[in-house]
Design a protein around this ligand. Structure first.
Ligand SMILES: Nc1ncnc2c1ncn2[C@@H]1O[C@H](COP(=O)(O)OP(=O)(O)OP(=O)(O)O)[C@@H](O)[C@H]1O
Ligand SMILES: O=P(O)(O)O[C@H]1[C@H](OP(=O)(O)O)[C@@H](OP(=O)(O)O)[C@@H](O)[C@@H](O)[C@@H]1OP(=O)(O)O
Ligand SMILES: [Mg+2]
Ligand SMILES: [Mg+2]
Length: 352
């Protein structure tokens, strides 16, 4: 009788320790293992070329040396799927190019007859300190309050340090390059939309409170904050916070899935989330304010099965790897004993 072989897949991950601790949980490792997928840590102190081979590489490391190693690895291992291309991820490291993509997809994703619309808040970038301190240099179309955000969004602590600027004096302590974005009242709740390939999940999170015109009159200077939507245990125990969140109506799901699909295709990324607020000035209008590569998926309910399904799909289905039906490497697999069969070739090593 022929021996029955069970194909196992090897998914390598290259993540910072903090990310490994949050994402690579025992429950995820077990869930993947049961589907024949082994999650294997890539040792970033050793050359990538000496490790593997992997059927798939997941990564969130932001340095030139890693990008170079990954490119070489991809060329040498064309059948290995890299999730995602470093060049595609790079777009999200700048808060201007990050949101430009939203405007690019706007026309395509807004369906005729749909009463809901989406866009981004007005924003501008200022590179020089003297221009930053003088609102006449940048305020065209923008008025206080504005949110000052570091231009670079590279995952560093400093890239998350924001200020709500109420008046001119608040501009003093800013360090350019800075993005100045209109602060939009949105009822104190943001919607975080997690995208994992074609899977889309929208959750509510705490946000900054609205600022009325009366309140603005009495506010001066600035207020600094950092990752306000990340749930600390202090906030988790706050019952009024839960009530506000529960009461917030979710955005129309078709709008959210259209934006998610549009972004996924335009950015050529599989793993990201985006933050959406409901603009209280315009009925049924939603604004995308932030897009993050490989966010904190462990906070997403049932993340283990969602991620396991995603790994399975990218490992076994060409359409799960491609954007707009681009040609890619096909790996068909028969787990009941058939072995595997690889076809196809890729031009760009990361264009899966
Ligand atoms: N234009 C805006 N109008 C109103 N509130 C905003 C706006 N931009 C940001 N915020 C608030 O500030 C928070 C932080 O902004 P943003 O999401 O851009 O920062 P971040 O550090 O990149 O966040 P993350 O932790 O999701 O990466 C948002 O979650 C939201 O509460
Ligand atoms: O650490 P957490 O689980 O909170 O995940 C956060 C993630 O941090 P990590 O990648 O270091 O894990 C952040 O990435 P960087 O911008 O700092 O690269 C960013 O994506 C946040 O939006 C994520 O929070 P979420 O949007 O899911 O609430
Ligand atoms: Mg955000
Ligand atoms: Mg962000």
């Amino acid at each position: 009788m022929a021996e029955v072989t069970t194909t196992r897949f090897r998914v390598g991950y290259a993540l910072l320790l903090k990310k490994q601790r949050s994402f690579i949980q025992r429950s995820l490792v077990n869930s993947a293992r049961e589907r024949g997928i082994d999650l294997i840590r890539i040792d970033t102190d050793k050359p990538l070329a000496d490790q593997g081979p992997f059927d798939c590489v997941l990564h969130k490391l932001n340095c030139e040396e890693w990008r170079k190693q990954l490119k070489d690895y991809s060329i040498r291992n064309p059948s290995s799927v890299v999730i995602d291309s470093p060049d595609a991820i790079r777009r999200l490291h700048n808060r201007i190019s990050m949101l430009e993509v939203v405007l690019e997809i706007e026309a395509a994703e807004l369906k005729a007859g749909d009463s809901a619309s989406f866009g981004t808040p007005k924003q501008t970038v200022v590179y020089e300190l003297d221009k930053l301190k003088d609102p006449t240099c940048w305020s065209v179309g923008l008025k206080f309050p504005v949110i000052a955000k570091p231009l670079v969004a590279d995952g560093s602590i400093k890239s998350h340090k924001m200020s709500l600027i109420f008046s001119r004096e608040g501009l003093e302590q800013l360090k350019p390059p800075t993005v100045l974005q209109e602060f939009v009242n949105h009822g104190g709740v943001i919607f975080k939309v997690y995208v994992v390939g074609e899977y889309v999940k929208c959750v509510r999170r705490k946000s900054l409170a609205d600022i009325s015109d009366e309140k603005l009159g009495s506010l001066h200077g600035s207020f600094s904050f950092c990752q306000v939507s990340n749930m600390s245990s202090h906030v988790k125990n706050d019952e009024t916070y839960y009530k506000v969140l529960e009461d917030a109506e979710l955005p129309p799901m078709h709008l959210i899935t259209n934006i998610a699909r549009g972004l996924r295709r335009a950015m050529k990324l599989h793993l990201f989330n985006f933050d959406v607020i409901r603009d209280t000035r315009v009925w049924n209008r939603y604004l995308v304010i932030d897009i993050n590569y490989f966010p904190g998926y462990a906070k997403m309910p049932g993340y283990e099965s969602v991620l396991t399904d995603f790994f399975w799909d990218v490992l076994t289905k060409e359409e799960a790897r491609s954007f707009d039906n681009q040609k890619g490497t096909v790996k068909s697999v028969d787990n009941s004993g058939g072995g595997e069969d690889e076809k196809g070739d890729e031009q760009d090593p990361f264009q899966v």
